[in-house]
Design a protein. Structure first.
Length: 324
């Protein structure tokens, strides 16, 4: 039988891959030509395969280690690797992406250049960056409307959002996006909408009074889940930008405060749409971290979130580039 190597399986596009892995208390290594993680079960070691050709991101949490051979095979398959704390948060800072994550990007000189060339065609002009930021925000608003109102999983979980109220919030936000004179005004409008969405989600899920606390690990479950789920979105966003060859520093909205701001820009496309409502649903349901993480991953996969990120980046690169 013919043998296959990870590099020969790279034909699966990142936009079609299904998996984000979070691992803790294990060792990642190569065993029999496959990348596996090893856990201890009493006196025995259990080996579990990681289907790297169908994986976008691997998060290594508390008590993990990884061999050089495993990193080599993951890089060949184009898998991003991130080191993080327990439960998937916090993610640790590094030189490449300043979003509190140590992303180890696969090294490849064969990524496309057309999107980078289109991106820099508008990026050095403030008007071009503002146009691109507006396009991101409009895509974000549409994603929120689509998922909050049509998700069967949210309905089955008792997430009863008022379509009329949500539509009113989103129409107001769209008006603010169109009239924003600069990126600071866009950031203000974005923060205002997210605050309103927190209230709406808390009411729709029956959560009660909610106050957002950054890095809410020791606060209430909704805050912890929001932190945790947002880092999953960052992983997909880092993958999407890497696949298209776009440097993480070429942000259109968050670049004034974060070197890896483009990852934040892209993650925002799906954070409020997918992660936010799931955080409240899981908090009310009393889910553990693992159950919440699995629910997020399933939702991100079912909604084609990585596809959406990549397609939006492509469209913004080409349309904003031609608009300046």
């Amino acid at each position: 039988m013919d043998e296959f190597t990870p590099s020969s399986l790279k034909s699966i596009l990142h936009s079609k891959r299904a998996n984000i892995y979070y691992l803790e208390r294990c060792r990642v290594l190569v065993n029999g030509g496959r990348v596996e993680y090893v856990t201890e079960a009493g006196r025995e070691s259990q080996y579990w395969n990681i289907p790297i050709a169908n994986t976008t991101t691997v998060l290594l949490g508390t008590g993990t280690s990884i061999t050089q051979a495993a990193m080599r095979e993951l890089a060949k398959a184009g898998v991003l690797v991130g080191f993080c704390g327990g439960g998937g948060t916090p993610l640790f800072s590094a030189n490449e992406v300043d979003v509190e994550v140590a992303w180890l990007s696969p090294q490849s000189e064969y990524r496309p250049t057309e999107y980078l060339q289109a991106w820099v065609g508008f990026w050095f002009e403030e008007a071009g960056r503002l146009d691109a930021a507006r396009r991101f925000q409009r895509a974000r608003l549409k994603r929120i409307a689509d998922h909050w109102l049509s998700s069967r999983a949210l309905r089955d979980a008792g997430f009863a959002v008022s379509g009329e109220q949500l539509d009113s919030l989103l129409r107001r936000a769209d008006s603010e996006v169109s009239s924003a004179p600069d990126t600071q005004a866009l950031l203000t409008a974005e923060a205002r909408l997210t605050k309103d969405l927190f209230k709406t989600a808390a009411r729709a899920s029956g959560y009660g009074v909610f106050t957002r606390a950054k890095r809410g690990g020791g606060v209430d479950p909704a805050n912890r889940f929001l932190d945790h789920g947002n880092y999953l979105a960052y992983g997909l966003a880092a993958t999407a930008t890497w696949v298209l060859g776009l440097p993480h520093g070429l942000a259109v909205l968050h670049g004034k405060t974060r070197r890896g701001g483009l990852v934040f820009d892209v993650a925002d496309l799906i954070k409020d749409a997918v992660i936010l409502p799931q955080a409240f649903v899981s908090a009310v349901r009393g889910d553990e971290e693992q159950a919440f993480r699995q629910a997020c991953i399933e939702s991100l996969t079912q909604t084609g979130s990585l596809d959406f990120m990549i397609d939006t980046l492509k469209r913004v690169a080409m349309e904003a580039g031609g608009a300046t």
